[in-house]
Design a protein around this ligand. Structure first.
Ligand SMILES: NC(=O)c1ccc[n+]([C@@H]2O[C@H](COP(=O)([O-])OP(=O)(O)OC[C@H]3O[C@@H](n4cnc5c(N)ncnc54)[C@H](OP(=O)(O)O)[C@@H]3O)[C@@H](O)[C@H]2O)c1
Length: 310
């Protein structure tokens, strides 16, 4: 296969940095984007001709994002894969969250990737192929208390990836959300200066025990709770995108869970949901005025991509 060209957002740390390393090690090309990217990743340019850097703040206005995508496209002459990886996380209760905190959470984790996707789709359509990938989270499967805004934004992102795939597959374009479990990175670390996110407020006393128990859960045994390595996340993501290695021969899925912790939570979640669906079925059907017969035309759009061939 000819080398692929990847555009990765949030390349300056964690999973994004691991993606850049792994893409280069596979002989593919990468446009590593991020904030203060020359200062932080400039040293990589002397190591390979297959890397270019692009300064990119994902919350920039859509017009600026469109210009950035055009610039990125012209670096190697095309792009095969947009990796929407940049993200941030923080904790606060719903009652205590400021508007600035909530807006920022959604701007970075959801609206930024939505804008980047919108900007690249015309190029992918003209090319007749392309892939849009997202580093989403297993918290998209279940809202965690004190992290509701992060869970909401990532649930939106994974849902977006599913809808996107169904919209563009007929045009030769694919989409996948990686619903990641725990990986030890700089995700929860506050940033300095202009890159600092609006902080969560001092919690109201009534929520302090809950907040303490969620923080304790993460801090008591981080290695046990977060078994993943960013390098293995990068390898697995690229395997999925290229249909190689551990993903070889598997049908394309628009949501892929990464991490045994995430798999366990998602499986428990689906089992709980099925129990609830069954127990509440008479309530659900109680609103019907007419008999409902399941329809294939609706099922075609609601089914989970990848499940049809299993
Ligand atoms: N680590 C986990 O356990 C975990 C679990 C599930 C999902 N994820 C997702 O994985 C992705 C990567 O996170 P990570 O764990 O590797 O954390 P990380 O080490 O903090 O890396 C996050 C990256 O996103 C960049 N970023 C944040 N805000 C940005 C903005 N407004 N514009 C451009 N870049 C921005 C950061 O740049 P700066 O360094 O300049 O801030 C950094 O390069 C995120 O989407 C995260 O939600 C992580």
């Amino acid at each position: 296969m000819a080398p692929l060209v990847f555009l990765v957002t949030g390349s300056t740390s964690g999973i994004g940095a691991a993606l850049v390393d792994h893409i280069l090690s596979r002989g593919d090309k990468v446009i590593a984007s991020g904030r203060k990217v020359e200062e932080r990743l400039g040293h990589l340019k002397s190591k390979s001709d297959n890397i270019a850097l692009l300064e990119l703040e994902v919350t920039a206005p859509i017009e600026e994002i469109k210009t950035k995508i055009e610039t990125a496209w012209n670096i190697f002459g095309h792009i095969d894969v947009l990796m929407n990886n940049a993200g941030m996380s923080a904790m606060t209760t719903i009652e205590d969250a400021s508007d600035a905190y909530v807006q920022n959470m959604f701007n970075v984790n959801l609206f930024g990737p939505v804008h980047l996707t919108q900007a690249i789709l015309p190029f992918f359509r003209a090319q007749g192929k392309g892939c849009v990938a997202f580093t989403s989270s297993s918290s998209s499967w279940m809202a965690l208390p004190t992290m509701s805004h992060y869970s909401m934004a990532k649930a939106g992102l994974s849902s977006f990836a599913e809808g996107l795939h169904k919209e563009v597959i007929g045009l030769g374009i694919r989409s996948v959300a990686f619903d990641c479990g725990g990986f030890i990175t700089n995700l929860m670390q506050p940033r300095e200066g202009a890159h600092a996110s609006p902080p969560g407020a001092e919690p109201t006393d009534a929520y302090k025990p809950l907040l303490g128990s969620v923080i304790g859960m993460f801090s008591n045994d981080p290695m046990g709770l977060m078994p993943g390595s960013p390098a293995r996340a990068a390898l697995t993501m690229i395997d999925v995108i290229k249909g190689e290695g551990v993903a070889a021969g598997r049908p394309w899925a628009s949501r892929v869970i990464l991490g045994s912790d995430a798999l366990d939570s998602a499986r428990n979640r689906r089992e709980d949901e099925l129990k609830l669906l069954k127990a509440w079925a008479p309530v659900s059907a109680n609103t019907d005025e007419r008999k409902y017969t399941p329809r294939d035309d609706l099922r075609k759009f609601t089914m989970v991509t990848g499940s049809e061939q299993l």
